[in-house]
Write a protein of this length. Structure first.
Lengths: 338, 338
DNA sequence: AAAGACTGGGTAATCGATTACCCGGGTTCC
DNA sequence: GGAACCCGGGTAATCGATTACCCAGTCTTT
């Protein structure tokens, strides 16, 4: 059994109230008592019970975070960013994975709420399927959606302007001389998948580029590799491929190159996210960078502003991404017709 | 304010004791009361407060896990495996990153203990630096070390037999005809780094192979790339390179190949861990597989056996790894002298 | 010098769920 | 018919930290 404030008080020969005051410093005590309590606490190795404190204070000092999975490096970087950001507030992170399943997601939200987290940050795995669980949670505790979001405006959101990002990607390959472009992304179950495809299609139309039916699978390396093979099989390659995320782009790169395609001479490839290893694939990947630190900071800031139960209009904060040009795309200078 | 069991009891017109009994089923109540309580709970949307329950029961239903970082894919897979394993027990995981810093690690352990986790799983970031924090934590709560461990036998451990793994790696390249081999690993701050180097050196000596001074950096892709460049600069390449983990191996592969080296014709490369993308790099990586699921299951099982404060000799469970041969190493058949 | 303000101490209520303990009414058994 | 038991209900203690509230002593102020 561990040592409580009663033990400390007894050892110091004072009441629990004095012990608590001496330790928290929230009311003056005589130096004499402060000293005795401090010594007793140190000798006994007293460590306050956070559970009891949480019950009494009605606040746990934790926020819950639910992401589709930590296998995807984009989510691990955003989790790390959120964790760093929360450290400034002495708040701990309870991390859960929904394993891209709306049922698991709903269960995880339930247990986080039962544990009385002070707030929630979630990247919902489904655009429609996650609606009830997310809205229900948002009604009970401050909640912000980060990166992905549900349809409708029921809950706050911080993320990137997918439309603007896709515009940059498409305009960039167009400036590099591409006339035809194809999109390789994920099935349209979540908001990122949907908005990036939409953004791509609008941008391609605006740029007057020729497109084909998009290839939609998962946001994984495996699907990128598979999609590359399909492109090779399906006859003449497009001038450019714009991908829904970097995992797909890296996989695609790999299978196009093993198929003998030169990147970027034959085909330009652009990713999305700018995860760590985008710089380290071969050749280094041109991609649309998500300002992860800024998004995390903004999400935490917004979370702090929300007062539970306050019927305030939901905010949507879309941060502008920027393209970072590396070596999988032809530069604007080298304009050549195919 | 959220709905408590008192609200449910009042709505159902019974005492809190009856409400609690009806909901938990831990003592019989009349069907009449059971029914009324169930209806009241459903109507009010009652959800038990896990904080209050934890305080009363002296158990939180959570275990804490501390890993050096979730950027390293090996740790994300092992975290996922542990999470899956714990689900079977209705236990939640509180995940923390030590950011490879013993100070951060000690702080994280403190806050997990303050939150009264029922147990701890840790992969200590330092072999010596983590000793006090780990032993102190182990004294207060069931604790098992997973993968990495501190020196001495002060706390239980589940991991892989690094020595055996390295033997397999070295014997495999030797069987493929290699006469010289170099080790590329991490600086010797943690147990994995140290034991893998030791294992490598003993195995190389036993196999009668020529070695050079090992290259030691970090367990990262970046270091693998850098180490590859150094090998290329330092004159004639060895017949084989054995790496401390897969990240290093993948990076090394990349820079050796861009330097014009053929893999595995000129140099065999072997990794360690068998993380997901080892199959998907180019060419697919020969590596020593860690049985992550089994390790996670064993760690959870062991954790369940430990009774806090029970002075029981610490156990060390080393699971045998096995090499998985892919295409970065010459097969035993193709024996050729260089 | 008396009244009021201030200081620093202690007692006990509080947070919410569980459960030890008690009690009254109905059965059972001799 | 009366003692012993069982069953199912309620009251209140418990977990540990914080703090509202109270009180005694001291300091100010007029």
């Amino acid at each position: 059994m561990s040592v409580t404030i009663h033990d400390v008080a007894r050892a110091a020969g004072v009441s629990v109230a004095s012990a608590s005051r001496a330790l928290s410093g929230r009311r003056r005590v005589t130096p004499e008592i402060a000293e005795r309590v401090a010594r007793a606490a140190a000798e006994l190795g007293y460590q306050p019970n956070a559970v009891a404190k949480a019950l009494r204070d009605q606040t746990t000092g934790t926020i819950g975070m639910v992401v589709p999975g930590i296998g995807n490096p984009f989510f691990t970087t955003i989790v790390e960013a959120v964790e760093r950001e929360l450290q400034n507030f002495g708040t701990d992170l309870l991390l859960c994975s929904s394993q891209s399943s709306p049922e698991v997601e709903a269960r995880r939200l339930e247990t986080l709420l039962a544990r009385r987290v002070d707030g929630l940050i979630i990247s919902p795995c489904g655009i429609e399927a996650s609606v009830p669980a997310v809205l229900d949670a948002a009604r009970r505790v401050p909640l912000v959606q980060l990166d992905r979001h549900i349809e409708g405006g029921g809950a706050d959101w911080v993320g990137v302007d997918d439309e603007a990002g896709m515009s940059q990607a498409v305009d960039h390959v167009a400036a590099g001389g591409a006339h035809s472009v194809v999109f390789v992304g994920s099935r349209l179950l979540n908001s990122s998948a949907r908005l990036r495809l939409d953004g791509f299609e609008r941008a391609a139309a605006r740029a007057g580029m020729e497109t084909r039916t998009p290839l939609l699978g998962d946001f994984t390396l495996e699907w990128g590799i598979e999609a590359g093979r399909r492109l090779l099989d399906d006859g003449p390659l497009p001038d450019a491929v714009v991908c829904g995320n970097d995992e797909i782009a890296v996989g695609l790169l790999r299978s196009l190159r093993t198929g003998g395609t030169r990147i970027p001479e034959d085909v330009s490839v652009v990713g999305f996210d700018d995860v760590g290893h985008a710089t380290m694939c071969d050749p280094p990947l041109t991609t649309v960078r998500q300002p992860v630190e800024e998004m995390a900071a903004e999400a935490v800031r917004l979370l702090g502003q929300i007062k539970a139960g306050d019927p305030r209009p939901a905010q949507r904060i879309a941060i502008a991404p920027s393209i970072v040009v590396r070596q999988t795309s032809r530069p604007a200078a080298g304009r050549e017709t195919t």
